[in-house]
Design a protein around this ligand. Structure first.
Ligand code: RUB
Length: 283
């Protein structure tokens, strides 16, 4: 196979895997998108990368940075390295919130949340259990249950409609983020309802993620109807939004590499941090 053909094949495969949610979660998507960009940095390919999952500012910020940098390889390496360091900091800071005998509710499949829980179990020797639901239609909740069970963490998994009954048993609700903005956070569909419920039941609720997911405005992604039901009926219109928006002021805090901050403080610091990174890391 010629080099060009092979590269284009890998590029297409990455895009396909992101689109089909085989590669999922904001951080994994950003890493894969950076790899795709290294393979094909032309305008048309950039459009493909950014539209594969349109609700991913971490990826958008990374591509923005790469596009305007002179030494793209060096900048990509630096970005990925900083992402790794930020993730490690989140894990340590988040794990400090976990106490013995806690019941912890989690939603969807966030590498940030999963690694916090694994760290709390392995390194901080905390005993706790996790409640989650399947997260239809693609069942990312089952993936979380599998990952945690492999790490020796006991998980109670139920259908989505049991979410409130499971949540009220919990002392803490942790979830990821695809995007942070001044007014809201974006995460898997259902997060907003769950945060409302957690607030009503006075359960502390934290979004966990790197502050480089900060952006001004977010377009919510609509997923194909076949993920919900692969049947056609002219009188049934299937609506399949992947994400929803949660008012940031409803959160107890945000766990990022900047620390565990109140929503107000987080917005202030994340905005400043992003501005600095996007303006400086280009040579
Ligand atoms: C995944 C999801 C995750 C965030 C954060 O949705 O909502 O909570 O992406 O993930 P999907 P991470 O499966 O549709 O991509 O903490 O790994 O960045």
């Amino acid at each position: 196979m010629k080099k060009g053909v092979k590269e284009s094949f890998s590029f297409e495969r990455i895009i396909r895997d992101i689109k089909s949610v085989k590669i999922q979660g904001a951080e994994n998507i950003a890493r894969a998108g950076i790899k795709a960009y290294a393979l094909q940095p032309d305008k048309k390919s950039i459009k493909k990368i950014l539209s594969a999952r349109p609700t991913e500012p971490l990826l958008q910020n990374a591509i923005y940075l790469l596009r305007k940098s002179k030494n793209k390889e060096k900048v990509a390496r630096k970005f990925l390295n900083e992402l790794k360091k930020a993730h490690e900091t989140i894990v340590i800071k988040g794990a400090a919130l976990i106490k013995n005998n806690m019941n912890i509710y989690v939603h969807c499949h966030s590498s940030s949340v999963i690694d916090i829980l694994k760290y709390a179990k392995k390194k901080r020797k905390k005993n706790f259990v996790v409640y989650t639901t399947e997260v239809e239609p693609l069942l990312q909740g089952r993936m979380t249950a599998k990952d945690l069970s492999k790490a020796g963490i006991k998980v109670f998994l139920s259908p989505d409609l049991n979410a409130e009954a499971a949540l009220v048993k919990c002392d803490l609700f942790l979830f990821g983020a695809d995007a942070f903005t001044r007014k809201y956070i974006v995460n898997k569909i259902g997060t907003s309802n769950l945060v409302d419920l957690a607030k009503f039941h006075k359960i502390p609720r934290y979004s966990c993620g790197v502050s480089l997911k900060f952006t001004k405005k977010v377009k919510l992604e609509m997923r194909p109807s076949r993920e919900v039901w692969n049947q056609y009926n002219k009188n049934i219109e299937i609506i399949n939004p992947s994400f929803d928006k949660t008012k940031i002021k409803l959160l107890s805090g945000i766990i990022s590499e900047l620390g565990i901050l109140s929503p107000k403080q987080f917005v202030k610091e994340a905005k400043e941090n992003l501005k600095q990174i996007l303006n400086t890391q280009t040579s």
